[in-house]
Design a protein around this ligand. Structure first.
Ligand SMILES: [Fe+2]
Ligand SMILES: [Fe+2]
Length: 259
C-alpha cells in the first residue's frame, strides 16, 4: 500500500468513531425561537438540504470496497461507512429540527438527483470529486443558515455540522491525493481543473435554488461565490501538496488549520 497520508484510513475510522460517540443531546435544550419570517426564508432550502444529506451510499461503498481490495486498505471501507453514517446523521438532525417547526419533508429535490446521478458515473475518484462539491457548498450553506436565524439551537446544529463538513473536505482531499500521487504532474493538474469545472457550475445552480436562504444569512451572490472559491482553493491546494509530498509536514497540515 502507498505511504499513509495525513491520516491513514485507520486514523480516519478512529476519528469518525469518536465523533459519532460525541453526545449532542444537550444541544436540544437550547432556546429555539424560529420566527415566522425566518421560517419562511429558510424552509425550502432546509427541506432540500435535509434530503441531500441522506444517502445510502451504495455506489460509493462499492467503489470504496474495490479500492480497499486493490490496495489492501480494509479500514477505508470502514471509514467510508462512518462517513456515510455521519451524513445520514446530519439528515436526521435536520429532520428532527423540521418536525419541531412543522416543516414537512420533501421528495428528492432536482439538484440532489443531479448530484446523485453524477456520483454513479465513474468510480471512486469522480465520486469523491462530486462529494467535494457538496462539502464546499455545505460550508457556505450552513454558515448562512446559522446567520439566518436567532434560534440558538439551529445555530448550534449548524456549527456542529460545519465542523463535520470541514473534516469531510480533508478526508476526501487526502484520498484524492492518494489516488493521484503516482500520476504525472500534468494529469494531476487536469484533476484539479476538472474539480473546478465541476464546482463552479454547481455553485450557480445552488445559488439559483437557494439564494433566498443565503440572502437571509447576509450573503449576496459575490460573497457566496468568494467563500466557496476560497474553500475550493484550499481543498485543491491541500490535495496538491499531499500529492507531491512523500512524508507530510506540519506545513501541509497548517494549511488547513489556518484556513
Ligand atoms: Fe453533511
Ligand atoms: Fe459532508
Amino acid at each position: 500500500m502507498n505511504k499513509p497520508l495525513q491520516k491513514n484510513s485507520l486514523q480516519w475510522k478512529q476519528y469518525f468513531a469518536k465523533n459519532a460517540s460525541t453526545d449532542n443531546t444537550t444541544l436540544w435544550s437550547l432556546s429555539d425561537v424560529l420566527t415566522a419570517d425566518e421560517k419562511q426564508r429558510i424552509q425550502a432550502s432546509l427541506q432540500d438540504f435535509q434530503q441531500g444529506e441522506y444517502s445510502e451510499g451504495k455506489y460509493l461503498m462499492r467503489y470504496a470496497q474495490d479500492f480497499a481490495a486493490a490496495h489492501q486498505d480494509p479500514e477505508y471501507v470502514e471509514s467510508i461507512t462512518y462517513f456515510i453514517r455521519e451524513e445520514q446523521h446530519h439528515a436526521a438532525v435536520l429532520a428532527r429540527y423540521m418536525v419541531r417547526h412543522d416543516i414537512p419533508k420533501k421528495s428528492q429535490p432536482f439538484l440532489d438527483s443531479v448530484f446523485r446521478r453524477l456520483r454513479r458515473l465513474a468510480g471512486l475518484e469522480f465520486s469523491i470529486m462530486v462529494l467535494q462539491v457538496a462539502e464546499i457548498v455545505s460550508e457556505a450553506y450552513y454558515s448562512a443558515l446559522r446567520e439566518a436565524t436567532g434560534s440558538r439551537l439551529l445555530k448550534a446544529l449548524c456549527k456542529r455540522i460545519l465542523q463535520d463538513e470541514a473534516a469531510h473536505l480533508r478526508f476526501h482531499a487526502e484520498r484524492l491525493a492518494l489516488l493521484r500521487r503516482q500520476r504525472p504532474a500534468v494529469f494531476r493538474s487536469v484533476g484539479h481543473l476538472a474539480q473546478r469545472a465541476l464546482v463552479y457550475p454547481s455553485l450557480l445552480m445552488v445559488w439559483w435554488f437557494h439564494a433566498r436562504c443565503f440572502k437571509a444569512g447576509g450573503y449576496d451572490f459575490w460573497r457566496y461565490m468568494l467563500q466557496c472559491h476560497q474553500v475550493l482553493n484550499r481543498a485543491i491546494e491541500y490535495t496538491r501538496q499531499l500529492e507531491q509530498s512523500e512524508s507530510l509536514s506540519n506545513k501541509v497540515l497548517k494549511l488547513y488549520e489556518d484556513g
